[in-house]
Design a protein around this ligand. Structure first.
Ligand code: GDP
Length: 531
């Protein structure tokens, strides 16, 4: 056991994911409240509002009532350090979310009990499933008229392809929501509406078959008891290994706005979610308790504060110990970095950071030295893998209104591309730049930011492409030589992306099939992992 093992073991790093409006912000705030990181409810919402006020480009966010930026919060609970990563709910920013999901060890999925599994939840879950990320499920809004719990459970299982293991079960709903039966502790926790109650003050009735429950809660209790019978017969036992492998999800019912069911989720995170584990790099697997520091940049956010033109790289510590003032090497460029204002995100204020361990998220202000996917070490040449870039599905060409601003346009787009706000392609023929996005809103954000942050009025126009695939060729199939042959034969529809990876651009999906048939040795990728 290394000196760092106890610090690693007490860390939990997770993302909270949901479809917009399911209650993610509310639950986040309640988690902070129950952990003691904040004293009063309302501050997360307030922060949302103040961010609008201070950040210019987030006018878009205000206009559309969506959360564009992800953020990071740290809290302590029961001797654990919990790092909570928020994710943008709007699907147009899902690429950003996917990258955030590479930095966590577990995810908490919030489901609106009235709406069940919604499109954005489904998309996010696919990413979690692809990475075998363990998922906890919180079914929210039980104080409203919602779907029957058995139907919800069935839907989650079917839609997400996971076995759901209920840890609690609701008694009634809406006006008749009586609380939850805790299947593991053999007790009922009684619901009382209101935001004032904090940890440990709920009324508890011992014994799931306590006759007092039938007397007090009547038909909803009888129904819940009958459903539990069914569930116990049909659902398998909870297995920790199956949860860790992403095959089983424990399910909790509650009402975030009423502080109900929140503590169970916090406890489950501490008890069930994994501590940071080993992370794969190209060269070797890196263990979290290794003495030497390493980490990977999974998110970049520029100009958070327009007055300072800052750019913060969010880095997940993968191993070792970060200490203030230490020297770090950016492996890609070989440059040395010695930032003296590294920040953490304790209780939503940026605070100067003294030390951090595997699983922690640190923010490094910089002026473009750090890019998405960068690995930082104490000197070792390591490159972590797995940060995804998705083949864009929407394309636009971009031009400046004032030709004298071409340079600024390129500079702005390069930065926004490095930040991951948009993908920028340089076609092999012609000089027009192409933008690629997963969601329409990304183009609007980029046009807005180009104007407000870089002083460039850009004309964003339709482009004829609809499909992109990164192309490679294995050594065994001819490698670089075969790839060059393909590129030369298709230069009218090839472009280079931000890291000069050759990309095939097509008008129709059908062309891709033809291309695959004509060039069997070339591989066409819808996903690029930064290396
Ligand atoms: P987000 O978009 O997922 O972050 O959702 P919010 O946390 O902003 O919540 C969306 C709306 O649902 C807000 O009006 C909340 O007050 C409301 N809400 C959240 N949790 C509950 C709940 O348990 N019960 C009810 N009735 N409303 C809730």
């Amino acid at each position: 056991m290394s000196d760092l093992t106890p610090q690693v073991r007490r860390r939990r790093t997770f993302a909270i994911i949901s479809h917009p409006d399911a209650g993610k912000t509310t639950l986040t705030e309640k988690l902070l409240l129950f952990s003691g990181a904040i004293q009063i409810a309302g501050s997360v919402k307030a922060r949302k509002a103040s961010r609008h006020a201070t950040s210019d480009w987030m006018e878009i966010e205000k206009q559309r009532g969506i959360s564009v930026a992800s953020s990071v919060m740290q809290m302590e609970y029961r001797d654990c350090v919990i790092n909570l990563l928020d994710t943008p709910g709007h699907q147009d920013f899902s690429e950003d979310t996917y990258r955030v999901l590479t930095a966590v060890d577990a995810a908490l999925m919030v489901i609106d009990a009235a709406n069940g599994v919604e499109p954005q939840t489904r998309r996010l879950l696919q990413v979690c499933r692809a990475r075998n990320t363990p998922i906890l499920t919180f079914v929210n809004k039980m104080d409203r008229e919602v779907q029957e719990p058995l139907a919800l459970m069935d839907e989650i299982e079917r839609e997400l392809g996971m076995t759901v293991v209920p840890f609690t079960w609701p008694v009634g709903m809406g006006k008749f929501f009586g609380g939850v039966l805790d299947l593991r502790k053999d007790q009922m926790r009684v619901f009382t509406p209101g935001e004032d109650r904090v940890a440990g003050t709920e009324e508890i009735v011992e014994g799931l078959s306590n006759p007092a429950l039938a007397d007090r809660f009547g038909a909803p209790y009888e129904q819940a008891a009958g459903e539990i019978e069914l569930v116990r017969e049909a659902a398998p036992e909870f297995e920790h290994e199956a949860f860790l492998g992403g095959q089983q999800t424990p399910m909790f019912f509650g009402s975030a706005v009423n502080n109900f069911g929140v503590q169970e989720v916090l406890d489950a995170l501490v008890d069930l979610a994994p501590a940071p584990g080993p992370r794969p790099a190209i060269q070797r697997t890196v263990e979290p308790a290794e003495a030497k520091f390493s980490g990977v940049v999974f998110k970049i956010q520029a100009n958070m504060d327009p007055a300072h033109r800052d750019r913060i790289a969010f880095l997940r510590v993968a191993s070792g110990k970060f200490q203030r003032g230490m020297r770090m090497k950016v492996v890609r460029s070989g440059k040395e970095l010695r930032p003296n204002t590294v920040v953490t995100f304790m209780s939503q204020k940026r605070e100067l950071l003294d030390e951090a361990f595997a699983g922690d998220i640190i923010g490094i202000p910089n002026h473009g030295v750090l890019q998405l996917g960068d690995t930082l070490t104490e000197g070792e040449a390591l490159q972590f893998t797995g940060l995804p870039f998705f083949a864009p599905e929407l394309f636009r060409s971009v031009e400046v209104a004032d030709p004298l601003k071409t340079k600024q346009l390129r500079a702005g787009l390069t930065q926004l591309g490095e930040e991951g706000a948009i993908q920028v392609f340089r076609p092999m023929l012609g000089s027009m730049l192409l933008l690629g996005a997963v969601g329409q809103l990304q183009f609007e954000v980029v046009a807005h930011r180009l104007e407000h942050e870089y002083g460039v009025k850009a004309r964003i126009m339709p482009a004829r492409f609809n499909v992109a695939r990164w192309v490679t060729c294995d050594e065994a199939d001819g490698g670089e030589k075969e790839l060059k042959r393909f590129i030369d034969g298709n230069s009218h529809r090839l472009a280079l992306d931000a890291v000069d990876a050759p990309t095939l651009l097509l008008e129709y999906a059908g062309e891709l099939r033809a291309c695959q048939e004509n060039w069997p040795k070339i591989k066409f990728h819808a996903l690029r992992e930064h290396a």
